[in-house]
Design a protein around this ligand. Structure first.
Ligand code: HAM
Length: 422
């Protein structure tokens, strides 16, 4: 019986992995420049962490989690995102006593039982940052600027930044009341989920995907009109820093985000190229989350972006991508010269040359055929004569030119070092 990868997951094969590595490494470098250090957290966590962290009423927790019981009877969940686990680790390792801000970045896979479509998978990868400590709007801006620089470094100029403020516990109740007053008379025309959201989390009604609900929600009041003084000032200072640095943005009063932990700043980077969702990256401030998960009160702000969507954007816009890394040298040998060929190949690898030899007991002719197809830059024959004289003829496969070479590690390491620099 043929077994396929589960629906919504995909294999990332060698003709793609080097692009992933390019994105991962560029992100790691941008994070390093901005003072972030990497954190790795478990793939699964206690289910309660996400119920409390992401929010019971969010679609993610209510409908999309991969939850299972382990053999010890514990309820565990494959992480649907990274923030909750990072916050758990922050608390568990007493990181509040480190010099603040604590700046962390991650590269992790996440799992959501979602309807699979272009740019939406059940296992996907996120690059993200979380900052703990600062309450200042400049910290929110700092993250957005990091992302801006990251996209610029990748040559992505068609991604739009949208920002909003969703208020804080001081001003949100008044806004939620206004939302309830707006939606109540129209509830009969809205979907079952919205009825539930009306009771549990009325804010969620704003981003319902059902068309009739969307039409109603488009007339709902804006949180921006209900912000308290502190939230208004926070929002203004964030915009002012973005203006100063020349980061352009659109204020979109409809961004609410799909997770319940946000306060004040929320933002998304969106594009036309990544499927109906359009969102490549989302984030915002979550000042109450550490507290809510049992830590000492500690403000936080962060974002995550989907690597699959980022790569879709890179490919769709024709942004520069690295070439698939090639192999350097294939050493062709005969049964009686396999030993010196192996000695040469392993010496070359130790010296940093991507060298290879036959492992398939192929004939000389078949080795030649393989070397031609294997993506090598050059090949060299090591027969009895070459083994005795220590000299061989190296053929560059791209243009067919040949060079006499000493079959000795150091000189070949130098030769490929020079060639690869060109
Ligand atoms: P999120 O908006 O749920 O936020 O996800 C962030 C990004 O992950 C999305 O913009 C998208 O690119 C990608 N993503 C989400 N779901 C899928 C999917 N099913 N398939 C492919 N890509 C997907 C968070 O996860 C928050 N933890 C972000 C955050 C960090 N906020 C503060 N800190």
């Amino acid at each position: 019986m043929k077994i396929s990868a589960p629906r919504g997951t995909k294999d990332i094969l060698p003709d793609e992995t080097y692009r992933w590595r390019y994105v991962d490494e560029t992100f790691a470098e941008i994070c390093r420049l901005a003072g972030y250090e990497e954190i790795r957290v478990p793939t699964f966590e206690a289910t309660e962490l996400f119920a409390r962290g992401v929010g019971d009423a969010s679609d993610i927790v209510a409908k999309e989690m991969y939850t299972f019981e382990d053999k010890g009877g514990r309820s565990l969940t494959l992480r649907p995102e990274g923030t909750a686990g990072v916050v758990r680790a922050f608390i568990e390792h007493g990181m509040h006593s480190l010099p603040l801000p604590v700046k962390l970045y991650y590269n992790l896979n996440a799992f959501r039982y979602e309807k699979v479509q272009k740019g939406r998978y059940r296992e996907f990868w996120q690059l993200g940052c979380e900052v703990f400590g600062p309450t200042s709007p400049e910290a929110d801006a700092d993250l957005i600027i990091l992302l801006w620089q990251f996209f610029q470094r990748l040559g992505l100029n068609e991604i739009r930044l949208e920002i909003n403020s969703i208020g804080c516990p001081a001003c949100r109740p008044r806004y939620l009341e206004a939302l309830k007053a707006y939606f109540e008379p129209q509830l009969d025309h809205m979907c079952g989920d919205c009825h539930e959201r009306f009771e549990k989390n009325v804010l969620r009604m704003i981003d319902c995907k059902v068309e009739t609900c969307q039409a109603i929600a488009s007339g709902a009041p804006y949180q921006l009109d209900y912000l308290c003084e502190a939230c208004r000032e926070h929002d203004a200072a964030l915009r002012s820093r973005l203006d100063q640095v020349g980061v352009s943005y659109l204020v979109n009063g409809r961004i609410v985000r799909g997770l319940d932990y946000y306060v004040k700043t929320v933002f998304e980077f969106v594009s036309e190229h990544v499927g109906t969702q359009g969102t490549i990256c989302g984030g915002g401030r979550y000042d109450g989350l550490v507290d809510q998960l049992g830590g000492q009160p500690m403000p936080g702000v962060g974002f995550a972006m989907g690597i699959e969507r980022l790569l879709m954007e890179l490919e769709a816009t024709g942004a520069p991508l690295p070439e698939r890394p090639g192999r350097d040298l294939y050493v062709l040998a005969f049964p009686n010269t396999m030993d010196p060929a192996a000695a040469l190949v392993y010496g070359l690898r130790a010296g940093g040359v991507a060298a290879d030899l036959d492992l398939m007991t192929r004939s000389f002719k078949a080795q030649m055929k393989y070397a031609g197809k294997g993506g090598y830059k050059a090949l060299v024959v090591l027969g009895e004569d070459e083994a005795n004289s220590g000299v061989g003829r190296l053929k560059w496969l791209q243009d067919g030119t040949e060079t006499d070479v000493t079959l000795e590690t150091d000189s070949l390491v130098r030769l490929f070092g020079d060639h690869n620099k060109r």
